[in-house]
Design a protein around this ligand. Structure first.
Ligand code: COA
Length: 248
């Protein structure tokens, strides 16, 4: 079981549980996350979702091997289905981030409503080094959050940033010690779950509405470019290097 689910007092907690692969998201994990989000949407007993990993690792991004094996980036691709479900989800999502947050481990946060992080996290968007481009509408949402030049630093150069930087830029709401992080996120989730649910959902909808259409448009534009880049020599070489590094 690579995604653990537990529900308590209206809060569904989804825990990425693949520590041996640094919580790289496989197709099976994307499918489980998508199903969980879709069920949560329909379930009146779920009012808030918390997304977390382990103390030393939130998520190392797409499972690179699985991602390539899953084929064309169409509407049935597990990553695409998850991005679609997350970006349309009407209930609030809280992320509790500790350790690594790479690739979609960072871009997914742009679709969460509240983000809490432990000190010393490593956030990174290493798309260009892999011969790839931004995903999850991060080419729209990141510059909107941090300004163009900073976004270029993270999305073109692929430079990592830490929790303090993520907090300064507004990606992270609060910095919480790793020992208290998950309890803190749960506590905030309980607080949200205790509020009138329709008011919370309508408020989220209003917050997201002005750019929802654009987010979907950009998300799909990015996927088309990503798909093209996946087949380039530069990307194939970068992926081979990653797999070779981990073999030897
Ligand atoms: N996809 C597939 N496997 C991954 C992975 C990923 N994104 N991230 C980590 N893993 C695997 C490694 O292959 C390794 O597997 P192995 O033990 O079978 O060889 C295992 O997880 C542990 O990773 P390792 O690289 O040994 O740990 P580390 O602490 O030295 O480095 C990372 C961790 C996350 C910095 C490094 O694994 C990495 O750079 N991963 C790729 C991240 C990435 O580019 N994500 C974006 C994808 S779009």
């Amino acid at each position: 079981m690579t995604i653990l689910q537990s529900t308590q007092h209206g809060v569904l907690t989804l825990t990425l549980q693949r520590p041996e692969k640094k919580n790289a998201l496989s197709s099976v994990m994307y499918q489980a996350l998508t199903a969980a989000v879709q069920q949560a949407e329909q379930d009146p007993d779920v009012r808030v979702v918390v997304l977390r990993g382990q103390p030393d690792c939130f998520c190392s991004g797409n499972d690179l091997a699985d991602f390539v094996a899953a084929g064309a980036l169409n509407a049935e691709h597990p990553t695409v289905m998850f991005l679609h479900a997350l970006s349309h989800f009407q209930k609030p999502v809280i992320a509790a981030v500790s350790g690594l947050a790479i690739g979609i481990g960072t871009t997914a946060l742009l679709h969460c409503d509240l983000v809490y992080a432990a000190p010393g996290c490593r956030f990174q968007l290493p798309f260009t080094a892999l011969g790839l481009c931004p995903e999850a509408a991060s080419s729209l949402l990141l510059p909107k959050l941090v300004g163009y030049q900073k976004a270029a630093q993270y999305l073109l150069l692929g430079e990592a940033f830490d929790t303090n930087e993520a907090h300064r830029m507004g990606l992270v709401n609060d910095v919480v010690s790793v020992d208290e992080l998950f309890a803190y996120a749960e506590q905030k989730a309980q607080k949200l779950a205790a509020l009138p649910s329709e008011a919370v959902m309508q408020s989220k909808k209003l917050l997201r509405a002005p750019q929802q259409q654009l987010v979907q448009q950009v998300l799909h534009q990015e996927l088309a470019v990503f798909e093209h880049l996946l087949h380039t020599d530069a990307c194939q070489q970068a992926l081979s290097q990653f797999f070779a590094r981990n073999k030897g």
